[in-house]
Design a protein. Sequence first.
Lengths: 79, 133
Amino acid sequence: MTEGLAIKNHIRRLRFEHGEMTQDQLAKQAAVTRHTIMALEANKYVPSLLLAFRIARAFGVPLEDVFEFDGATDVGQRP
Amino acid sequence: MPQQEKQAWFVLSVVAITLGAYLAFTLAVRFDPSSARVFALSALLGLPFFKHRGQEITYDERDRRIARQALLLSLRVLLVLVVLLPLATGYARGWTTSIPLWVVIQAVWASALTIWGVKALVMVALYHRGTND
């Protein structure tokens, strides 16, 4: 299920904005497999904090520029 | 396809073939101690296929997370079976019935197949559906 994830990302756009970086190149810099990058871009996986920081560092941008918290779909908010 | 997912599909096919062979053999010779030969034969035949042919497999955090979730779920399924099957046997055959040793041995093999099969199935599902936690 790709719907309902509370954390969205802009990895695909950032890859193209950074010299058309390939998924494989980003995966090597983030120390994961290409399949994990594919899953991230398809919103099928929420990365760990460490992986999120590695990806942000690979792009040279702050974490908030890569990942965005969608409070509307977060099921954790309960009165 | 991630290497771990390929392994999961391989395990699923091994479990399916083993179960199919066991059911076919059991139907042919009836449920008796000789049906355990299917498990032994499958294990011996399957050993060469478990070699990775020198290929190094890399597991990243997503692979480890999926493997952990799949293992936990397979152990929960096994726990339910371990509780339910003795209860069902007790109600069906009486609480003082005796179970032959070969039946217990086959139950152990069936438990192993259950863990491997459920784990592989869950892994395939998580790779396709996605992990949300």
